[in-house]
Design a protein around this ligand. Structure first.
Ligand code: V47
Length: 351
C-alpha cells in the first residue's frame, strides 16, 4: 500500500512514512489530519479554566533552552511559601478555575516534603480542584535527591492528592539531541518509564515535545513513535502537546527557526502519527494564539486554558505572562469557525 492509500485507510505509519508526510503539500496534509479530528470531535474545540503555578525557579539541572531557571541569563531566584501558593489558588478559585497546573524547577534546598505538602494543603482546602502536578523530570529529580524509587514518589503523589501528571520534561527523546539540550536531566527511557508507572496505577498524564530548535524532522517522528508505543502499552496519555521553541534569554544556539508552515505540518503529522492518543493540544502560549487557531484546521482539538499567569515560556519570549480571559478564548474559537467546549482536566465535557 502506498502512503496515500494508507492515509485514506487510516493505517498506522512507519518512521519513514511519517517523515515523508513533511514533503506533502500543506493543505493536502491538513485535510488528512482534519478528517481524523472531525471524525472524533466534529467542530468541537476543548479548553479549560486553569491556573499555572511555578513554586520555585531554583534548579539543579541546566537545560540549554530554559529561560525560567534562576541559573539562566535573568537570575531572579525565588521560592514561594505554601501560604503564598494557597492564597493564589484561593484567588483563582474565585475566578472559576477547575485545575491548578503546578510545575517547579529542581530545587535541592526545599526538602521532599515541601514539594508534596502543598498538594495536600490545596486538596484539603479545595477538594474540587484538579491538581495536575510534577513532571517526570521533577519525579526523577526527587527520586535521585531523596533516594526513593519512582514508585515510592508516585505513591506519595497519589497520597497527597495529585490527580494527573503534566507532560513536561519530554523535550526530544533522541539521546544525542537530548544530551546537547538538556544533558543530565531525566533520560528518555526514564521519562517513558515514569509515565508508564503512573499509568499502571490507573492515572492519566499528558506528553509534550519541544521542537523547532536543533532537532531534525526525523527526531520528531521518532519522539512520536516512542510515545505511540507507550500508549499501546498503557492507554494513559490524554493529550499530546507539541511545544514550539522560544528563543529569548537562554543559552541554546539555534540557527533556523521553524516557519508557520513547518509548525502546522508538525501538528498535522502529530494527529496522523499518534493514532492512539485522543487529544492534540495547540498550546497557544508557544504557538501564538493566531497559529493555535489555525492549528484547529490541522488536527488540533484542544487549546489548553486561561492559565492566568505563565512563567516558563514567557521567560523565553512567549506573550503569555498574563494568560487569557475565558470570554476572549470563547470568542476566538467561535470566530475561527469552531465550537468551544469547556472540559475538565480529564477531558469530560462541562459546557
Ligand atoms: O518541559 C522550556 C518547555 C515545558 C522552553 O501537560 C520551553 O497540559 C519552549 O510541559 N521554549 C513546560 N518551551 C510546559 C509544559 C506544559 C505546558 C502546557 C500544558 C502542559 C500539559 C504541559 O516547557 C518544559 C519545556 O519543554 N520549555 N523552555 C522554551 N524556551
Amino acid at each position: 500500500m502506498n502512503l496515500k492509500e494508507k492515509l485514506e485507510n487510516n493505517e498506522r505509519l512507519t518512521l519513514e512514512e511519517g517523515l515523508a508526510l513533511y514533503d506533502m503539500d500543506l493543505l493536502e496534509l491538513g485535510a488528512y489530519a482534519s478528517q481524523i479530528r472531525e471524525k472524533k470531535f466534529g467542530r468541537k474545540t476543548y479548553y479549560n479554566i486553569n491556573r499555572h503555578i511555578n513554586p520555585t525557579n531554583i534548579c539543579k539541572d541546566v537545560c540549554q533552552f530554559c529561560a525560567y531557571s534562576a541559573s539562566r541569563k535573568n537570575p531572579q531566584p525565588y521560592t514561594l511559601s505554601h501560604e503564598e501558593i494557597l492564597e493564589t489558588v484561593a484567588n483563582s478559585v474565585k475566578n472559576g478555575i477547575k485545575e491548578v497546573h503546578i510545575v517547579s524547577a529542581h530545587n535541592p534546598e526545599t526538602g521532599l516534603q515541601w514539594y508534596l505538602d502543598v498538594f495536600k494543603k490545596i486538596k484539603t482546602q479545595f477538594p474540587d480542584i484538579h491538581v495536575k502536578a510534577l513532571t517526570a523530570a521533577e519525579i526523577h529529580f526527587l527520586s535521585q535527591e531523596y533516594d526513593k524509587s519512582y514508585e515510592e514518589i508516585i505513591d506519595m503523589m497519589i497520597e497527597n492528592g495529585v490527580d494527573s501528571m503534566p507532560g513536561g520534561g519530554a523535550e526530544i527523546f533522541d539521546e544525542k539531541v537530548r544530551k546537547k539540550i538538556c544533558g543530565g536531566k531525566v533520560s528518555s527511557e526514564q521519562w517513558l518509564k515514569i509515565h508508564e508507572l503512573w499509568h499502571k496505577k490507573g492515572n492519566k498524564s499528558n506528553a509534550t515535545m519541544l521542537f523547532g530548535h536543533v532537532e531534525s524532522r526525523e527526531n520528531r517522528i521518532d519522539h512520536m513513535i516512542r510515545l505511540r508505543n507507550l500508549q499501546d502499552k498503557t492507554g494513559g496519555i490524554n493529550a499530546f502537546i507539541p511545544l514550539v521553541y522560544q528563543k529569548e534569554n537562554n543559552f541554546l544556539k539555534v540557527k533556523d527557526f521553524p516557519t508557520a508552515q513547518e509548525i502546522l505540518k508538525t501538528f498535522a503529522i502529530s494527529r496522523i502519527m499518534l493514532d492512539n492518543i485522543p487529544n492534540l493540544k495547540a498550546y497557544w502560549v508557544t504557538s501564538t494564539v493566531n497559529l493555535a487557531l489555525v492549528a484547529q484546521e490541522f488536527g488540533a482539538n484542544d487549546l489548553d486554558g486561561t492559565i492566568e499567569k505563565e512563567s516558563i515560556n514567557s521567560a523565553a519570549g512567549a506573550k503569555s505572562a498574563n494568560g487569557m480571559q475565558q470570554k476572549e478564548f470563547i470568542e476566538l474559537i467561535v470566530s475561527s469557525g469552531f465550537e468551544p467546549v469547556e472540559r475538565d482536566s480529564l477531558y469530560n465535557e462541562l459546557s
